[in-house]
Design a protein around this ligand. Sequence first.
Ligand code: B16
Ligand code: MG
Length: 216
Amino acid sequence: MKYGFIYDLDGVLVDTVDFHFDSWKKLANSLGFKIGDNIKESLKGISRMDSLDIVLAEGGYKADHEEKLKLAERKNQWYVANLQSADDSVILSGVMTFIARCKESHIPMSIGSASKNAQTIISKTSLKGEFTRIVGGNDVKNAKPDPEVFLLGAESLGLPPEQCIVFEDSLKGLEAAGRGGFKSVGIGKATNLPIADIVIENLENIHPKTIIELVT
Ligand code: B16
Ligand code: MG
């Protein structure tokens, strides 16, 4: 059976978690409150507007929709400024070897990210050109945990969901994979990712064929 891989971006292939969190902290400070590391995990993998709601709730800050759009844009400007310095140093350990092995094994690959900056991030690294399609936040109507982002990825690979394996570091993303009928690999700590088919810490020292054997 032929399988394709669909990767989440932030937390799976690249580490831009701190770029995001620094920008959220800056936004909170500008509104007169602080956010702590305790909410960092909950911001992973969810859309910008959903993240904003969590940040504002931390400070008990009330805003109408129009103000929220401005606040999200302010955060994004800081985030995009941070991204300007991004290069191959943001690629997570083990990723380039894993991708090379996938190519050797003829496993087709795409990206399914919540980020509206997914193309920009990829274009700043050697990951550029490695994927059939980069599906990001601008391509979908419904954010994770809706499976739309992964369904578009599967379509681009020409494979049904049951022949695609999703790699995700967030619970919302794993929920999306499950709802779409995908097998999933959680990246990170098993305690944070109880609904993944298997959990590995990162993509270091594992062969793609081993992943396929373990989840199918
Ligand atoms: P943006 P992923 C997600 O990327 C991040 O994990 C999440 O923290 C962020 O809020 C979201 O992208 C939206 O990003 O503001 O750039 O559109 O993990 O789905 O690759
Ligand atoms: Mg992620």
